[in-house]
Design a binder for this molecule. Sequence first.
Ligand SMILES: NC(=O)c1ccc[n+]([C@@H]2O[C@H](COP(=O)([O-])OP(=O)(O)OC[C@H]3O[C@@H](n4cnc5c(N)ncnc54)[C@H](OP(=O)(O)O)[C@@H]3O)[C@@H](O)[C@H]2O)c1
Length: 351
Amino acid sequence: MRKVRFGIIGTGRISDWVLKGAVLDPRFEAAAVCSRSKESAEAFAAGHGIPRTFTDIDEMASDPEIDAIYIGTPNHTHHDLAIKCMSHGKHVMCEKPLASNAIEVREMIAAAKSDNVLLMEAMISTLSPNFRMVQDRLKTLGSVRNYSGVFCQYSSKHALLKRILAGEDDSPVPSSFNPDRSGGALMDIGIYPIYPMVTLFGRPKRVKASILTIDVPTSEGMRPIDLQGSAVFEYDGMTANAVYSKITDSRLRTEISCEGGILSLDQIHITRQVEFIPHGAPTSGRSSGPQKEDVTVPCDPDEYLCEFKEFIDILESGRLESENNSLDNSLAVAEVMDEIRRQAGVRFPAD
Ligand SMILES: NC(=O)c1ccc[n+]([C@@H]2O[C@H](COP(=O)([O-])OP(=O)(O)OC[C@H]3O[C@@H](n4cnc5c(N)ncnc54)[C@H](OP(=O)(O)O)[C@@H]3O)[C@@H](O)[C@H]2O)c1
């Protein structure tokens, strides 16, 4: 079997993380890396044993020795980079969120279809072994009545943002808090509870969000960016909500409540442990009833392995789309996030 030869765009922390998982799939080959700077490309290539380096995306994307491209750059660059790579006939795995907004996602989907290539959002949450187990088990638990997804992770960049806003640091606003880079808590963190919700239950009919924003300097003057949020979603026959933050941590579990019981996930962005609490399980020590059960399945040796396994499985099977990270799921998530940003008043240049 021939390996899938990947070109990597971007030499930041995330490219480093995902490569460590990707190389565990024997069908993966890191064939080249592209950076805006020759020095970064060479340092990254040396660190990962990558044979070739580029500083020009078109050159790497048109290289016949490369089959697929992984895009690990800031959100506002995904659309143009992905379309460029697809136009050269390359399959593309693009970091989450797939693009800045639904308009861009639609254009990327149209390009994937007309170029006849695989385009997949690198959303690990919906590809992990424990998420797939939850997805299967839900089929046996009767009607789903509520989804509560949580991901709150204090950002190490928040202290820097506070110093920038206090005039104590001249650094640029970090990507994840920067409207010019299509950042903010929703795009960075909130997507993690929302994407699995859409994968499991489809597009919500309505969304109502409560968002905490702060004004930051942008190319269009001071503009709001979101720091954390809470959104309620309307579905037929069930309710759903998502809570996310870049300025607090949380250890609240994600729960899916069904008529047959509750599936309780330790965390939604990368689920490592799942409990099943059957209907009628005791809530006090004096009651009796069915006991909760640990239904966790073994995790992969590296959490990023699952997205490369999925991508290469799809190519090997001759398909051009992931079932869980489908183009329509990516579009539905982008539409939901556009609406939440509209309610919060968070605008990007790409809008
Ligand atoms: N899946 C996950 O677990 C996870 C975790 C964190 C982040 N992410 C996603 O990964 C992406 C990158 O996030 P990050 O925080 O790592 O971003 P970042 O540090 O701002 O940028 C990552 C790399 O992209 C390149 N880059 C920066 N600005 C660019 C520009 N204007 N045009 C082209 N390339 C540029 C740089 O590499 P060069 O200097 O080599 O060009 C940089 O090191 C985002 O979409 C984010 O949502 C995913």
